[in-house]
Design a protein. Structure first.
Length: 89
């Protein structure tokens, strides 16, 4: 990754051309870093995508069932508590 150093104000050039040159150097370094990171990217295979999708779908249904069960239990407990305290239903 690109490194930046602190330069005292007196040593820092304030000319317009140096600002533009610095911009191009920073842009070049950034694009070089992007290119290096993009080389590390690995596209998953069709089988990997299918497997992870299956895991996600199964997990979603498992959590839905869990929350349905917890909601049903809490509903029954709340109804029993309200009935015991003299409420209706």
């Amino acid at each position: 990754m690109a490194k930046a150093i602190a330069v005292p104000e007196k040593d820092r050039p304030q000319q317009g051309i140096s600002k533009v040159t610095g911009f191009f150097e920073r842009t070049r370094d950034f694009l070089k870093d992007v290119r290096g990171e993009m080389r590390k990217v690995v596209t998953p295979t069709r089988a990997e995508v299918r497997a992870t999708t299956t895991v996600v779908i199964v997990t979603v249904f498992a959590f839905a069932a869990f929350f349905y069960a917890v909601d049903s239990v809490l509903d029954q407990v709340l109804r029993a508590l309200l009935h015991a305290l003299g409420g209706t239903q």
